[in-house]
Ligand binder design. Structure first.
Ligand code: A2P
Length: 317
């Protein structure tokens, strides 16, 4: 499988397994199956609520000799409740404990949003803390301390705009290795990709298949189904593969990491195989024209009335 290199020459596999929305009751078996099929990169987060089961599966696979720790690439993410610099190390240790690991390959600041400790999901403006009170660069210092303490090899961010990346990068002692954002043919974020290439920040595409298993409260009634876009279907027919495989191949062919989620064995295999599909220039050109700047994950759940968070400022657009 193709890999990308960070500034420090550490490598990340181009395809990883997304674990958002994978229920604790099914994820253990999913991880064991994925490792058997050849997955080595797992994208996790504290807030997904399934790190304990993922850790059990990873450690069982290591114990029986299917894989060793050095072959695995494990990401976790800092939740918004631990943005104070001194809390970051507490949060990463919590994730490491759940995962049963002594280091992560990558730790990401999950959102450019700060919340009070006792409310993981904000219900009102009171649960949120303004970025004026906990600036993103102070959280970044906490992230850097995790590297210095040997708890993680690479650090990055998620859901960051160019403006916010610049703000951190300027004063960073350890530069941003990764920005993980929503990316797919309907939201191509070409300016962001160009900026990240220039800054040697690797981009990861989340929701590459449109995250159709999101909770209904997070979905717009008229949201588009990328599996049905005629151009995607036509390219899939040409390559004798599925539309989902075209979406995954597109992400890798344009130079980003991609983390499709599946808990189904056949689709896990299909998605892994997609990492080897080469799309033609003409396929890439056709897909390039599909951009509609359409977000499936709009972030409106943080933009509560009376708080300093508003959707346009969240994405700086
Ligand atoms: P399942 O877990 O049952 O396979 P995203 O990665 O964008 O969050 O999308 C995840 C959604 O896409 C899940 O509903 C997942 O269902 C589904 N999915 C994953 N792989 C495929 C595939 N190859 N074909 C169709 N649907 C897929």
């Amino acid at each position: 499988m193709k890999t990308y290199s960070f500034r420090n020459d550490h490598k990340i596999p181009s395809l990883g397994l997304g674990t958002w929305k994978a229920e604790p009751g099914e994820i253990y078996q999913t991880i064991r199956t994925a490792i058997e099929l050849g997955y080595r990169h797992f994208d996790c987060a504290f807030i997904y609520g399934n790190e304990k089961e993922i850790g059990a599966a990873l450690n069982d696979a290591i114990m029986v000799g299917e894989v060793n720790r050095q072959e695995l690439f494990i990401t976790s993410k800092l939740w918004n409740t631990h943005h104070r610099a001194e809390d970051v190390i507490i949060a990463i240790k919590q994730s490491l404990k759940l995962l049963g690991l002594d280091y992560l390959d990558l730790y990401l600041m999950h959102w450019p949003v700060a919340q009070k400790k006792d409310c993981p999901f904000p219900q009102s403006a009171d649960d949120l803390i303004s970025l004026k009170d906990i600036p993103l660069d102070s959280t970044w210092q906490g992230m850097e301390e995790c590297v210095m303490a040997g708890l993680v090899k690479n650090i990055g961010v998620s859901n960051f705009s160019i403006k916010k990346l610049k703000k951190i990068q300027k004063g960073a002692n350890i530069k941003i290795a990764m920005n993980q954002v929503e990316l797919h043919p309907l939201l191509q974020q070409k300016e962001l990709l160009e900026f990240c290439n220039k800054e040697k920040i690797v981009l990861t595409a989340y929701s590459p298949l449109g995250s159709r298993d999101r909770h209904p409260s997070m979905k717009a009634a008229d949201e588009p189904n990328m599996f049905e876009i005629p151009e995607i279907v036509s390219i899939a027919n040409d390559h004798k593969c599925s539309p989902a495989q075209v979406l995954i191949a597109w992400a890798i062919n344009r130079g980003t990491v991609v983390i499709p989620k599946s808990t189904n064995k056949d689709r896990l295999k299909q998605n892994l195989d997609a990492s080897e599909i080469i799309l033609s220039d003409s396929d890439m050109h056709t897909i390039s024209s599909l951009d509609r700047r359409y977000r499936y994950v709009k972030g409106e759940f943080f933009c509560l009335e009376g708080s300093s968070y508003i959707v346009s400022k969240l994405w700086d657009e």
